[in-house]
Structure formats: C-alpha cells, structure tokens
Design a protein around this ligand. Structure first.
Ligand code: ADP
Length: 430
C-alpha cells in the first residue's frame, strides 16, 4: 500500500499512524474479534468490559499506516464507554475524530468500526451465556441438532451410494448457518452486483461468508471480483474454493476453459454440477452462504433450493419498471411454492446518480419494487440508484461497497444486510 508518506493525513491521523495507541493483545479480555477485509488487511480487537462498560480495548493489524491510525482511534473512542455506545460507533465517527484522511483509505475506518463492534458482540454473547466463541461457531443441524450430522437414516427407496452422497451433502450443509439465494426475474437487473456487495458487506461486518455462483451460462462473479484467472485446486477433502480476504468463492467460471462449454448443458447436468458445488467444495464453517442464481425460475434455482432443503431466505432483485416487476411476482410465487421465505425485494437502478453533483434523478418510472412488495406482502429492502461507479467497479474487478464505503449507496447496501444479519439474531434467540 502506498500510504507510508502519510499524504492527506491530518496532524491527528498522522500521530495515530506513527504512534498507535493501545496496540497489542490484552491479557485479560472478555470480547474478541478478528476480521480480514477484501483488501487483505486484518484487524483484531480485544476488549475487557464490566457491567456493560468497556474498561480496556486494544488492537493489532497487519495493515499499513492507515489501518494503524483507524484502529488506534477506534480504541480511543471505545475506551470507558458503555457497550451500547461502542456498538453504535460508525466509520464516520472514526474519520471525524481523525479529522482528515485520504478517501482511498477510508475503508480502514469501516474495518476498524466493524471489528470493534464484533468484539462487543462477542462480549455480549458470553454475557447472555451463549457458549459460542464467536457468532455462528456452534453450528447445529436443523434436523438432528448435531454439529456434524451425517448419521441420518437411509430412506426406503435410496441406494447405498445415494445415501452416502446425501450424508456427505448434509455434513457440508450442517456447517453453514444461513443459506441465502439471490434471485431475479430478468437478466441484467444487477442481481450479481447485489449478491457480491451483500456478501462483502457481511464479510466486513465479521461474518464468515461463502459466495456461490450457480449461473452456469453466464458466471459473472469471477470477473466482478477480479478473479477470472483463478483456477480451482483439489485436496483430499474436496475442491478448495477461491479466497478473497476471508470470503470463500466458487463459480462454474473457475472450472470452464471457455464460456461456450456449458451452453448445451441440460437440467440433470446442471443439477449435478450444483450438487458438486454444495457437496464437494470445502466450505468449512460459514455464517452465510450467498448463492447467486441465474435469472428466472429455471433448473438452477430449483436445484439449489431442493438440494439445500432448508433455505433461510431469498433476496429478489428487480429494476423499477413495470415489465421487470411482473417477473418479481413469478420469483415470489416460486419461493412460496418451495417454502423459501422471501427476505425482501431490492429495487436496483432506481434513478440515476449524476457523476458531477451526485444528485439522483428519476429517469425511468420508479417505485415498482416497493409497490410489488406491498402487493405481495413481502418486505421491501431498499432502492439502489444507477451509479457509474458501480458499473466501473465491477468491470475493474473491484467491490463497490469496499472502495466507496462512505458513499450514500454503500449505506443503502449496509441497510439491506440488516435483514440478513437479523437471521443471525433470530438463530441466537432460538
Ligand atoms: P444480473 O446479475 O442481474 O445479470 P449484473 O449484476 O451482472 O446483473 O449487472 C449487469 C450490469 O449492470 C453490470 O455491468 C453491472 O456493473 C451493472 N450494474 C448493476 N447495478 C448497477 C447500478 N446500480 N448502477 C450502475 N451499474 C449497475
């Protein structure tokens, strides 16, 4: 990274970057979190809290000066505060306190705020006598309640091989706490863009995330993440997903030598490859698996919902026009038939952000996503305007929410993930 010259740092930021406060682990801590951001920097926070008040807080990072400055300021802002106040600490508070910071490193403040919050969550979980070390570590099977469920009974009409295959699938799925599919009625509405940004937003809030691209005819996730030259390696336990920060990614795009190979694939072949993605990929323990499905309600979304069995929910992406929202009805009906809860509808490309002044203009009729949500009785999660920076970021293999973390659109995306993190809270309360 190129921030060693500290250009654009205020005096305060400079001081924290060169002499970071509260650096190093705490011996006696009761809250801890470690998050690696998409840039590859890792932040780790420790805190000692008593009676809901943070007494001591410290951090380390392998990032450069900007990470040091932000981590250091976060510890100063967190010290001697009520845990609730620390939970509300935002990226902007850290940046304001630093008083002048290069925009290209503002994401370090987000990573610091999120890691400190995750350490508070860890403390609160212990307080509430949930014996998990970090949210989601203790994954239990929905059906058997066991950590590594592979002992379910053989079905009457099942061969020995089929039974073994099902056990293998189940033992992978049991270790994934929440499975979420991202759907759209039409192509080109921004479904993959939403899937990628939601997955990264979850990762930078401290969740262990997997991203599975099952768009067999047009896998775009590798390009969007700048991973199109990656190839998949195998190990004894299966296929090793590609990692970005701590996020695990699998896409048919990593396996095909060229895009034309999959064009003639029919239903059973698609089902086979999707099963392999779920059963043979070494996902490990995950809090969330975000599945980017091709548009429509065809073989791929059907296969993935059937194979997973208990899907936590679907996010449906649409554009505001009436023609696109008609297809949303089909997606909602599809979810209802398969008993997949609809977490909500996202209206993408809703208005246009002027690249000069930032003002949003409604160039097309808007509000279609909201109307259809109300009509069909499902939550409306938010509207994302059309912004040149989103398109540029995905063409350049950069993640919008990471590179423009302080933009109003990043805040909208952060809001959308609340409906996904709410699943985690519901699971804790169960
Ligand atoms: P889908 O998965 O629905 O086919 P994509 O996510 O691949 O759609 O998006 C299609 C194109 O539109 C991509 O080039 C993407 O960068 C761009 N795009 C998506 N959402 C937006 C947005 N809100 N503003 C600008 N460009 C967008």
């Amino acid at each position: 990274m190129g921030c060693s010259d500290l250009e654009g740092f205020s005096e305060v930021a400079r001081d924290h970057a060169i002499y970071p406060r509260n650096y190093g682990p705490l011996d006696d801590f009761n809250g801890h979190a470690r998050i690696t951001g998409p840039c590859g920097d890792t932040m780790e926070f420790w805190l000692k809290a008593q009676n809901g008040k943070v007494k001591d807080v410290s951090f380390i990072t392998n990032g450069c000066r900007s990470s040091l400055a932000c981590g250091s300021m976060a510890t100063c802002l967190g010290e001697s505060k009520d845990i609730e106040e620390v939970l509300n600490l935002r990226q902007k508070d850290i940046l304001d306190a630093l008083g002048g910071f290069p925009p290209e490193y503002e994401h370090c403040a987000l990573l610091s705020a999120n890691t400190l919050k995750a350490a508070c969550d860890d403390y609160l979980q212990h307080q509430h006598e949930h014996p998990t070390k970090s949210p989601g570590t203790q994954k239990t099977c929905d059906t058997c309640g066991e950590k590594d469920c592979s002992a379910s009974e053989r079905k009457k009409d099942e061969s020995e091989d089929e039974f073994r295959e099902r056990q293998q699938l189940q033992s992978r799925l049991c270790r994934i706490r929440h499975k979420i599919v991202v759907l759209s009625g039409k192509g080109g509405v921004g479904k993959s863009t939403v899937a990628v940004n939601l997955a990264i937003a979850l990762m930078i809030s401290g969740k262990r995330v997997g991203l599975l691209d099952i768009d067999i005819h047009g896998p775009s996730i590798p390009t969007m993440l700048g991973l199109e030259h990656e190839t998949i390696q195998g190990c004894e336990d299966g296929l090793i997903p590609i990692e970005l920060g701590e996020m695990k990614i699998m896409s048919i795009g990593f396996l095909l030598r060229n895009q034309d190979e999959a064009v003639i694939w029919r239903g059973p072949m698609k089902m086979g490859v999707i099963k392999q993605f779920l059963k043979d990929v070494v996902w490990g323990d995950l809090d969330y698996l975000i599945i980017d499905s091709p548009p429509g309600t065809g073989d791929e979304p059907l296969s993935v919902c059937q194979l997973i069995g208990v899907m936590d929910g679907a996010v449906i992406v649409t554009t505001p026009q009436k023609v696109a929202t008609v297809d949303v009805r089909k997606s909602i009906t599809f979810c209802r038939q398969l008993h997949v809860p609809v977490l909500g509808v996202v209206e993408n490309m809703s208005g246009f952000v002027c690249p000069k002044c930032g003002e949003v203009t409604q160039i097309l009729p808007s509000g279609g996503g909201k109307r259809i949500s109300e009509d069909m009785g499902v939550p409306f999660l938010g509207s994302i305007p059309m912004d040149q920076k989103i398109a540029e970021a995905s063409d350049q293999g950069e993640v919008f929410i990471h590179h423009y973390s302080t933009s109003p659109i990043a805040a909208i995306m952060q809001d959308i993930i609340k409906s996904l993190t709410a699943l985690d809270h519901m699971a804790i309360l169960k």
